[in-house]
Design a protein around this ligand. Structure first.
Ligand code: SF4
Ligand code: SF4
Length: 461
């Protein structure tokens, strides 16, 4: 696992009470750079840990801190008792104002979440293109220290992976996709391709783990990701998607994954990987990790997300793409320019002296705020230039590999769709719920909902 020196380690009573979970905890503790004795806590202690012991004090964009500490580690168990809403309300009454995923992790809830992207209940459905799906959670927080990210300060991990898998199996088999989607309600969405409706697989095929963490960080000592990979290895037509910036993959090379795990590297070029995403693998380390996984039979792919335009970004992007294709054969590449920030917040989080000055000036002049469009702060022309450069460089190596945009807006899809050869509703992408290994174009309309309502009886987990 990563070399970590956490300022504190907390273990829930449900972890220390069970020998198997305790072994997982102690294997991680024994591997720490500096030994830290775990503090045993129960749910009633949580408000005090937040208010008096600074459990969530590090939950801010890490680049705004003078020094980024290693995260506190917290070991917990998923409860699966249907009491999530009640327990979350209790935590809020205690004055704990964590974001919903972090709060759920403190209490042992939310093993997965239905994300309603682009469906009618998505408040920003007109401003971004993504895919609705179930997303899996096992951790909250990260050992990496990406400057733009707020997932530092605390890494909460669950340890009862056997319970998680048993319930996940219910989720997967109990929620086939509905065969119809909300076409009438969606008629106002530009770019919708109604003729694609009702085709293909009426169920979610790939399951992303995680978007609140970088899951390999504590492995293999934690001993939880291996069983998840093996579980998916026994399924037919369902795939696990591990999203990572990690170099830490050697432990998983010999697992019986059976081709059912896709590893997506969130990949960046040299300066960004070293200066803005310290502790993650460098550009070369991530590509090398991908090469080793590919050699071990895993499907690998890349998301170049977020692309931060630093000084010399064109040359660095070209070098990164050269290395990707010299060493690996991804089945697709997704692109996304740095977004979700206003320019002032970006300048507080990132080392301004490293940023491309012309593009920074364009962002400063445009003064786009995320409340206007989630693609802030870089204006459309800047983002398009970045995408076009990356696309050209990828095409120098591979004339056919699918290249898509990730969480871009409809305007950008209108502008670049013809170049990419996709529409907003038929592209395959890094963690799309139907982007199965090697698929070139979606066979199912992406804006579908799970049968029986978005969550059914899984909404209180
Ligand atoms: S790897 Fe992902 S979760 Fe971890 S700090 Fe970086 S952006 Fe955040
Ligand atoms: S890769 Fe696809 S599904 Fe994943 S975040 Fe991007 S657009 Fe959404």
């Amino acid at each position: 696992m990563y070399p970590v020196s956490p300022p504190a380690v907390y273990a829930h009573t449900s972890v220390v009470a069970q020998p198997r979970y305790r072994r997982r905890l102690m294997r991680v503790v024994d591997a720490l750079e500096t030994r830290v004795e775990p503090i045993v806590f129960c749910d009633d202690d949580t408000p005090r840990m937040v208010h008096e012991e600074g459990l969530l004090a590090g939950r801010t964009a890490m680049g705004t801190l003078d020094e980024i500490p290693d995260p506190i580690l917290l070991f917990n168990t998923f409860r699966f008792d249907g009491r999530r809403d009640e327990r979350m309300a209790w935590l809020a009454e205690q004055g704990v104002t964590a974001n919903v995923h972090a709060a759920a992790a403190l209490l042992g809830y939310e093993p997965w979440a239905w994300e309603c992207y682009n469906l009618p209940d998505d408040p920003v459905r007109d401003d971004k293109v993504c895919r609705p799906c179930w997303r899996l959670h096992f951790q909250n927080g990260c050992v990496h220290k990406c400057h733009y990210c707020g997932c530092g300060g605390l890494l909460a991990t669950m340890v009862n992976v056997e319970d998680w898998i048993e319930n996940l199996d219910r989720l997967i088999t109990g929620h086939p996709w509905q065969q119809t989607y909300l076409l009438e309600d969606d008629a106002d969405i530009p770019g919708l391709e109604p003729e694609l409706g009702c085709l293909g697989h009426p169920w979610q095929q790939t399951y992303l783990l995680e978007d609140d963490a970088d899951i390999p960080g504590l492995e293999p000592e934690l001993g939880c990701l291996g069983p998840i990979i093996e579980y998916f290895g026994g399924l037919h037509g369902r795939y696990l998607v591990i999203h990572t910036k990690s170099w830490n993959v050697d432990w998983m090379l010999d697992l019986p994954h059976n081709g059912n795990t896709i590893v997506v590297w969130s990949q960046s070029a040299d300066t960004q990987s070293r200066e803005i995403e310290p502790v993650c693998g460098t550009t070369e380390e991530r590509i090398e990790a991908a090469r080793r996984c590919q050699e071990a039979g895993y499907q690998i792919r890349y998301k170049l997300k977020p692309i931060v335009p630093v000084r010399g970004w064109r040359e660095e992007a070209t070098a990164m793409i050269d290395m990707i294709f010299e060493r690996t054969s991804p089945d697709l590449i997704s692109l996304c320019v740095f977004m979700w920030h206003d320019v002032a917040t970006m300048k507080r989080s990132l080392p301004v002296e490293l940023l491309d000055p012309e593009m920074l000036r364009a962002a400063e002049e445009a003064r786009i705020r995320p409340s206007e469009t989630m693609t802030a702060p870089y204006p459309e022309d800047v983002r398009a230039e970045i995408y076009e450069h990356h696309f050209r460089e990828i095409r120098r190596h591979d004339p056919d590999i699918p290249v898509s945009l990730s969480t871009e807006n409809w305007d950008m899809w209108r502008r670049l769709g013809p170049m990419l050869g996709y529409t907003a509703t038929d592209y395959v992408c890094g963690c799309g719920p139907n982007s199965t290994p090697g698929l070139r174009r979606l066979q199912v309309h992406p804006f579908a909902v799970a049968r029986g309502g978005p969550q059914g009886d899984f909404d209180t987990m």
